[in-house]
Every structure is written in structure tokens, then in C-alpha cells.
Write a protein that binds this ligand. Structure first.
Ligand code: NCD
Length: 318
């Protein structure tokens, strides 16, 4: 693996390998000393042009636990706010000897541009680009599902036959897109559940089923219900009448939670709008994996950095 830009082209064996390495990393997180010397002397730059809490902290923790040097760069307060281009920023990072660049950017395709431009030699990890993809989020979601379903016997397994309902603001969600491709590759069945206004115009090329009614989707008894945040900051028009109406029809409230199959799990990538797409009762219930997802994120990002930077599996281009 040279870069991690999307899940769409990620081969099944590469995805499983990454999830298995993440299991090893999770074992390390159980130890008293959580640090490995693996990436000593390597420099990882977190290049964040968009706000982030958990993804940035998670990548920082992952890089530090592998003993890499970490440089955090956020566009606010940098020369980017003075109009410096992505090219100039990349060339600066190249001159500083960055081995990996973790990039979050408002424009879909920015990580791909960095990876193919020749401006910088570093391995590029996409930490969310516009409404395009967020591959490490999908990988940590798959890791979380696999652990809940297979427990300690997860290694080597995929998600064959698992049914996943992804609910809410699909239109603006890079998390949904990365999940759709990865879950397909791992053998799961995905149903998108949303009002028509929050679905992309044409999903006929996606490997998914579509439903417009959350109650019908719940009646089907999915193994996993993944709630998505209403991304108000990306909305420049009215996509639903009122927030009250949205949560009445598409929110996971306590009553709907009670109608889920007893062994099904509730996921959310965060940040959550409590009371809008997900109620506090659902977010904090034992079937919610929200905090596990955050913890698993560190293990999965350690695996991604390790596979990109240690030279392991260099021949497997992603
Ligand atoms: C997501 C993102 O930024 O795409 N959050 C995350 O990385 N945990 C989803 C969101 O912002 O709603």
C-alpha cells in the first residue's frame, strides 16, 4: 500500500489484512505500555483544512503510539488563510521531509491530487475529502462490526451476509460513500434509508437498496443501524421541513430503539446531533458502539500508518 485514498478500489485481501493488523494494534492498546518503536524516525503531518475533533486526535494518537514524529497543521492560522495554494503547502511539507500526510480537505479529490501531483513523495492518507470519501472511518466501522459479530475470533473474517441500514444525510456524507464500497467488498448488504432530498440524485450505480421509511427498515431487522449526522454546514437549501419533523420521521428515538432486533447494534461516526438524528437513549444504550468506534479508530489508523510507512506490503498498491 502506498496511499490510502478511498475504499472503492480497496481489494478484499488488503481490507482484511488492514483489519487484522488493526487487531494486533488493539492488543497493544491493552498493554500498560501502549507504544511500539515501529515508525521511529518517520514524520507524519496532519494537514487539516476542515474542522475535526476525533479524526485528527485519533491519527495523532496512532502516529505517536508507533513512535513517529507528528506535526499538526491546521489551515486556520497558517499561510493557507493568506491564500497559499495546496501545491505550495505540499512543497513545504516535502522540504521538511514528511513521510506521510494525513489530509482532510473540503474539496473532493484533494488527497488524490496530492498523491498524483508529484509535489510530494509522502504516503497520503485521506481523512475526509468533501463529500467524496473517508476511508479510515469506514475501516474502523467495519472493524467495529466484525468485533461485535465475531468477537475474539475476528481475524481473517469478512462481513458476509451482514445487513446494514445507513440512515440519514447520505447526500453530504463521505462516511456513507466509503462504507458503501467497503461493505460491498466485505460481503455485507447495505440499505440506504433517507428522505429523497437527502439521497444523491442517482444511486443506481451503487451496490445498495434504498428505502424512504425508517420504520419499514427497522421492521426488516438489520444487524447494524448506522445513523448519520445532519450536516447543516453543507446545506445551502432546505432539505426537510423542520428539525422536529426530521427527527419524528428519521430519528432513532427510544421507541424505535425498542423495536430493533435484540442483538442489532447502533453506530454513529460522530459528532452526534443528540435529539435530532439520534436520541440520548439510543446513543448511550448498551447496543450503541459510538465509544468503541472512537477507540477502534486509533487501532485502525495505526494499522494504516504501519502498512503505508513500514514498507510492509509496499507492493500492494491501493
Ligand atoms: C464525519 C466526517 O467528518 O465526515 N465525522 C468523522 O470523521 N468522525 C462525519 C460527520 O462529520 O458527520
Amino acid at each position: 500500500m502506498r496511499h490510502l485514498l478511498s475504499t472503492r478500489d480497496l481489494a478484499r485481501e488488503d481490507a482484511i489484512r488492514l483489519l487484522d493488523v488493526a487487531e494486533d494494534m488493539a492488543d497493544v492498546q491493552e498493554r500498560e505500555v501502549k507504544k511500539l518503536p515501529t515508525l521511529r524516525g518517520k514524520t507524519v503531518v496532519n494537514l487539516f483544512f476542515e474542522d475535526s475533533t476525533r479524526t485528527r486526535i485519533s491519527f495523532e494518537a496512532a502516529a505517536k503510539r508507533l513512535s513517529a514524529d507528528v506535526i499538526n497543521f491546521s489551515a486556520k492560522g497558517s499561510s493557507v488563510s493568506k491564500g497559499e495554494s495546496l501545491k505550495d503547502t505540499a512543497q513545504t511539507l516535502q522540504a521538511m521531509g514528511a513521510d506521510a500526510v494525513v489530509i482532510r480537505h473540503g474539496s473532493s479529490g484533494a488527497p488524490q491530487t496530492l498523491a498524483t501531483s508529484g509535489w510530494i513523495q509522502a504516503g497520503i492518507l485521506n481523512a475526509g475529502d468533501g463529500t467524496h470519501e473517508h476511508p479510515t472511518q469506514a475501516l474502523l466501522d467495519a472493524f467495529t462490526m466484525r468485533r461485535r459479530l465475531h468477537g475474539t475470533a475476528s481475524r481473517g473474517k469478512d462481513l458476509d451476509g451482514v445487513s446494514v441500514a445507513i440512515v440519514g444525510d447520505i447526500l453530504h456524507s463521505r462516511v456513507a460513500r466509503s462504507n458503501v464500497w467497503l461493505l460491498r467488498t466485505l460481503g455485507a448488504h447495505v440499505t440506504l434509508v433517507a428522505p429523497p432530498t437527502l439521497l444523491p440524485v442517482d444511486v443506481s450505480g451503487w451496490p445498495v437498496a434504498v428505502q424512504y421509511d425508517l420504520d419499514e427498515a427497522i421492521a426488516d431487522g438489520p444487524d447494524v443501524v448506522m445513523m448519520l449526522r445532519i450536516q447543516a454546514e453543507r446545506m445551502n437549501a432546505a432539505f426537510f421541513p423542520t428539525t422536529r419533523e426530521y427527527s419524528r420521521r428519521w430519528g432513532l428515538d427510544e421507541e424505535r430503539l425498542g423495536r430493533l432486533r435484540a442483538d442489532s447494534i447502533v453506530m454513529h461516526p460522530g459528532p452526534m446531533n443528540r435529539g435530532l438524528e439520534i436520541s440520548a437513549a439510543a446513543a448511550d444504550s448498551p447496543r450503541s458502539t459510538v465509544r468503541e468506534q472512537v477507540a477502534n479508530g486509533v487501532s485502525v489508523r495505526m494499522a494504516a500508518l504501519y502498512l503505508l510507512l513500514s514498507g510492509a506490503g509496499r507492493e500492494q498498491a491501493v
